[in-house]
Design a protein around this ligand. Structure first.
Ligand SMILES: *[C@@H]1O[C@H](CO)[C@@H](O)[C@H](O)[C@H]1NC(C)=O
Ligand SMILES: *[C@@H]1O[C@H](CO)[C@@H](O)[C@H](O)[C@H]1NC(C)=O
Ligand SMILES: *[C@@H]1O[C@H](CO)[C@@H](O)[C@H](O)[C@H]1NC(C)=O
Ligand SMILES: *[C@@H]1O[C@H](CO)[C@@H](O)[C@H](O)[C@H]1NC(C)=O
Ligand SMILES: *[C@@H]1O[C@H](CO)[C@@H](O)[C@H](O)[C@H]1NC(C)=O
Length: 628
């Protein structure tokens, strides 16, 4: 039996064949450089070392991507799996020799069919990236290439939408290779479609393109068991300050799925624009967009939600209120509904809000609740079914309300004092009515509402103003905020978005005045990577119930970004967030750097305009770009 294997394994050797007798003109043919995976010893990562291969050498050598696929415990996997065992050898194959079987419910089979198409598209991107490869792929299957069978088994009962249970996203992936029949088999098992989809993404990362030999290669054997550390792993995109095209949002969701991020929090509206077209309230978008083209139609939204679902991403819509409203709400008086908003575009803006244009809902006007109810209804129709909703709820400016005659009169008519506390109580009542309206629109089914930290969550406030059964608090202050301890002690569920590490809009030039923008400096990927919600919690509190920490999210506020630039803002920093929230590694960014730089290259191959982190020389010469 042993001898048999040896014979078969001859087929497997990866060598640069016929490079020397290739007559093409350099640099199109071959390269003098090759790579060798060198063990670094206990506790250290193996690295690929670049070596100069003499011409006409028969020494088997590896191309850079071939070396990287199996070098080090985690190869090129990102985010790194919970448990992994990678073989050291590769097989060549061509995309048309992949076959697959699905064992799953009818609905899951439909989802898997879409996910599988996406998987195949990833392999195709290598084709277009390296045009030279095309010829090889279209030619008949040459000897020495493997067949690849992919079997996916979804064991659990069908679950069509993500919940907050991490076992939903668990999967196992086993790759085995039979050298005699030249067949590599990848088996993915999961409880839900969402887990199985993650398995396919991991499998795609065990495959790369051999650019010299122009063929695909797959790691010969792998045993992976994986599940996320946190159930909520998100990116937030603001589409009000600047409009972002549906296409750019789709690109973002594609890349999220490549990083096992599962929540796209869509901050759709703000005081700037209301770019959501509503059938029952068409004037919102009529008054509320920069131009009639810059609007999301209900079918755009439905399309995006489905697009995201087959990529393992839930969309959480936000309707920010009662502050951060303005353009879009102008039509109240003409319809006989009175002023729906106050302080809109009021000057000097510094007195009424934190950035121009100002605007808040008019809490003295009961008509706002009828309108909110209609908006929620339409949002549920477009986005639903929802398991989470974002109410926004940040940055209410009391001075705005307190200087609006109608509101002051209203407060007085209810015998309310004009203190901050009194306004907060009104705000809290507004919030609870909004919650009830959402529940009503949702057929009386209650879902958790997410809400940003604000005056309502200040020390001693949260318990009074926000019910912990109803609300999840999204922390956007800093990691040393003592509020984190208070909220955890009071058993609030938390999502971390602390701005000192996870705000992706920081560090560019100012957009009002000169100098740098207000949350500078830029948050580098290392800072994003090292921002550990669990460590933050343990740093402010000694006894932490970790189940309260649902995860985290990196927001991109778009004062200074639009469809052309969001790729570079999100990536590869979003990937650093992805590994923090999926794997929650014990180590810091240093142990992830080589994989990160490699992963950035992978994202670029898939068409993402991710930022460069280092000269390519560092990528090709692992371990050489360091600092003591
Ligand atoms: C992979 O799945 C196929 C089909 O379900 C099965 O026949 C085979 O035994 C599995 N292989 C491994 C290594 O689990
Ligand atoms: C509505 O707002 C406008 C402009 O701010 C103001 O002139 C008007 O008096 C307000 N209407 C009411 C009923 O307060
Ligand atoms: C407000 O207080 C006045 C005097 O104290 C009282 O007459 C009135 O009924 C109160 N109004 C409300 C709405 O409670
Ligand atoms: C609201 O305005 C009144 C009078 O103009 C003032 O006495 C009160 O302090 C103000 N309240 C707040 C919270 O600023
Ligand atoms: C822990 O708290 C200290 C003091 O507030 C702070 O300097 C440090 O950065 C914190 N570390 C983490 C991981 O939050």
């Amino acid at each position: 039996m042993t001898g048999f294997w040896t014979t078969c394994s001859v087929l497997l050797l990866i060598a640069w064949s016929s490079r020397a007798d290739n007559a093409e003109i350099p640099p199109l043919s071959g390269s003098p450089w090759s790579w060798r995976c060198e063990p670094k010893g206990e506790g250290l990562y193996d690295i690929c070392v670049r070596i100069l291969t003499p011409e006409n050498t028969a020494t088997p050598a590896l191309s850079h991507p071939a070396c990287r696929l199996t070098c080090g415990k985690f190869g090129t996997l990102w985010p790194k799996p919970k448990s992994v065992n990678l073989g050291k050898q590769l097989s060549y194959f061509l995309p048309h020799s992949i076959s697959h079987t699905f064992v799953a419910s009818e609905e899951d089979t439909l989802l898997l069919t879409e996910a599988f198409k996406n998987f195949m598209k990833i392999l195709d991107t290598y084709d277009s990236e390296y045009l030279l490869g095309k010829l090889t792929w279209k030619s008949p299957e040459p000897i020495g290439y493997h067949k690849v069978n992919i079997n996916i088994h979804i064991e659990g009962p069908s679950k069509s939408h993500l919940g907050l249970d991490i076992t939903d996203e668990k999967y196992a992936l086993v790759v085995t290779t039979d050298l005699c029949s030249q067949t590599s088999t990848a088996n993915i098992t999961a409880k839900t479609f969402f887990g199985a989809r993650h398995g396919l993404e991991t499998l795609a990362q065990l495959i790369d393109y051999e650019e010299i030999e122009k063929k695909l290669m797959i790691v010969n054997s792998a045993d992976i068991k994986d599940e996320p550390a946190f159930p909520y792993r998100g990116l937030m995109l603001d589409t009000s300050r600047n409009f972002i095209t549906v296409e750019a949002i789709k690109r973002t969701i594609d890349t999220m799925s490549a990083n096992k991020l599962n929540t796209f929090h869509w901050h759709i509206t703000d005081s700037y624009t209301f770019p959501l077209a509503l059938k029952s309230l068409p004037k919102m978008a009529y008054y509320g967009t920069y131009s009639p083209r810059q609007v999301y139609l209900p079918e755009d939204v439905k399309g995006l939600v489905e697009y995201a679902r087959v990529r393992g991403v839930r969309v959480v819509p936000e309707l920010d209120a009662p502050a951060h409203v303005g353009f879009g709400w102008q039509w109240g008086p003409q319809e006989g509904l009175g002023n729906l908003t106050v302080c809109v575009d009021q000057e000097p803006w510094q007195e009424f809000c934190l950035q121009p244009p100002c605007g808040q809902l008019n809490i003295a006007n009961q008509n706002i609740y009828t309108i909110l109810g209609k908006i929620y209804q339409e949002m549920l129709d477009m986005f639903g079914p929802l398991d989470l909703f974002h109410f926004g709820g940040d940055e209410v400016n009391v001075h705005c309300w307190n200087t609006t005659e109608e509101i002051v009169t209203y407060m007085k008519s209810k015998n309310l004092s004009l203190t901050d506390e009194s306004y907060y109580a009104q705000w809290s009542q507004f919030q609870n009515r909004a919650y009830d309206l959402l529940t009503e629109a949702n057929g009386q089914v209650k879902i958790p509402g997410i809400i940003w930290t604000s005056h309502l969550t200040e020390k001693g406030h949260t318990n009074r103003y926000l019910n912990k059964e109803k609300y999840i608090i999204q922390i956007w202050s800093v990691k040393t905020d003592p509020l984190i301890k208070e909220l955890l002690d009071q058993k609030y569920r938390l999502i971390f978005s602390n701005k000192d590490a996870w705000y992706l809009d920081c560090g560019f030039s100012a957009w009002v005045g000169e100098g740098l923008n207000s949350c500078s400096p830029y948050k580098g990927w290392q800072l994003v990577y090292d921002n550990s919600p669990k460590k933050i919690a343990l740093n402010v509190s000694t006894e932490v119930d970790f189940s309260l920490i649902l995860g985290g999210e990196a927001p991109l506020w778009t004062e200074q970004a639009d469809s052309l630039t969001i790729d570079g803002r999100f990536w590869p920093r979003g990937a650093a967030l992805g590994e923090r929230l999926w794997s929650d590694p014990d180590h810091d960014w240093r142990d992830a750097e080589y994989r990160m730089v490699n992963h950035r290259q992978r994202l670029v191959k898939r068409g993402v305009q991710a930022d460069r982190l280092q000269p390519e020389w560092c990528h090709q010469n692992q371990g050489r770009c360091y600092r003591n």
